[in-house]
Write a protein that binds this ligand. Sequence first.
Ligand SMILES: *Cc1c(COP(=O)(O)O)cnc(C)c1O
Length: 399
Amino acid sequence: MQDNDDERFSGSKLATRAVRAGQVRTTEGEHAEPIFLTSSYVFNSAADAAARFSGEQAGNIYTRFTNPTVRTFEERLAAMEEGECCVATATGMSAILACCMGLLAAGDHVVAGRDLFGSTIILFNNILTKFGLTFTYVDSADLTQWEDAIQANTKMLFLETPSNPLCNVSDIRAVAKIAHDNSALLVVDNTYCTPVLQQPLKLGADVVVHSSTKYIDGQGRTMGGAVVGDKKHVGEDVFGFLRSAGPSLSPFNAWVQLKGLETLSIRMKAHSQYALEMAGWLETHPSVERVYYPDLPSHPQHDLAQHQQNSAGGVIAFLVQGGQDQAWSVIDSTELFSITANLGDAKSTITHPATTTHGRLTVEQREEMGVLDNLLRISIGLEDVDDLKKDLQRGLDRI
Ligand SMILES: *Cc1c(COP(=O)(O)O)cnc(C)c1O
């Protein structure tokens, strides 16, 4: 756990904080951040050890609790989200788990957007319900549904915007108001946008969670996650769970990902620019029925997306003319796109949500969400966008 107290960059812009915040140079004078691969730390004396353990003396004890490399990552991300404090976790899912375990208790109720990341829904429905938590799902873009789902025991609202896979955009400020009017917390999963494109805490959210496995790593190498928020909820409650339960971020992964933060600004700009170009091109192709991308004027929440996000990121969903056969044939005609459900990589990816990420849902659930058999989701990487268009055109022209 690390407080955002690197005052040196508090007046700087995000891209500067992404490169500079959190670094503490050792006596070796190294330019790049070192990796502290150590599980424990030594004390000068028995009395020092006792003082460290009792909390009287600040400092490292054990890497499950704190580690200098992990701390640099946490402080840098906290500075970028403009949160008081950040706790890094082993994966994105353990960030969401730590958030629920740290902030909720048996008997509490959570309202969540219906179109969350698939494993988040499984964690909520199959695991956390065993411990006395209950969940209600709503159409995340419909404020009336959020309001109507609130119960006397609602303690948390959980939102992902833009959503997966259809890129629905929800009004963070308005959902935060509903949460606060009802003494609940708003947690936003900001994995898709990263702080470069959207800063939920500045819009009123209480806590932000990340899967840093995606854009923050950016090259599909390591797993990681983070929770960002204030000192009470994140620094005490979430960290309290993490230091005892143990899904902490490894120092090596923290190092890869803190270097990832240094290039995040330019990467997110490039992903967004290429994706917008691709989305506009897809809209003109006769084999494409509909494109879902928040920066297109045809998107139902285009205006909201324009003022809530700096740009729309790398993920596009689109319907092809026909059904599953046509969708699969577009996938199988690609040579460049990787056929994988992952996203946020320098390598572009293509997936058929109805038979992969959303395959465990019933046909009715999928139809209600709009995850139809002719839907494809692509994550635009950093290859040349003309090559990517050619790669999709091959399959689309055949429909
Ligand atoms: C991938 C992802 C997660 C889970 O993260 P892991 O690092 O895979 O555990 C959570 N939320 C969103 C939006 C994701 O894309």
